[in-house]
Design a protein around this ligand. Structure first.
Ligand SMILES: [Zn+2]
Length: 122
């Protein structure tokens, strides 16, 4: 995610994480059709293809990630408003401090944001 965010800088990048339960095991880089540094929109056809592939592999969509090239790793008002995927986490990668990218995960539902712990399993 951080590599994707860095490569896509200064634009926002987005992608999908797949896994089972609380464990993520697959990453899919998606096209930000907005090509913006402030928001993102996934290509619905690309998203559909990934959902299909996840299903074929017995995986669930665990999270949607996107980068904040210049702002902190917390959901923007728009992120909160547009989060309409219950059960799917939202991971934000911030490059606001270039030397120190930050990734944080959130559950967002009904306008309520709840931070989640993320652990990297070697
Ligand atoms: Zn955002």
């Amino acid at each position: 995610m951080i590599a994707h965010a860095t490569e896509g800088f200064p634009l926002e990048v987005c992608g999908i994480l797949g896994g089972n339960g609380d464990t993520v095991s697959a990453i899919y880089r998606m096209t930000n059709t907005d090509q913006s540094n402030e928001h993102f929109m996934m290509d619905p056809r690309e998203q559909f293809a990934v959902v299909k592939e996840l299903r074929a592999k017995g995986l669930e969509m665990s999270a949607i990630y996107h980068s904040h090239p210049e702002t902190p790793a917390r959901p923007s008002e728009e992120d909160i408003r547009l989060a309409q995927t219950p059960g799917v986490s939202h991971v934000i990668v911030s490059l606001a401090t270039a030397e120190e990218p930050v990734a944080r995960s959130f559950r967002i539902g009904d306008g309520i944001v709840e931070a989640q712990q993320m652990v990297i399993i070697p």
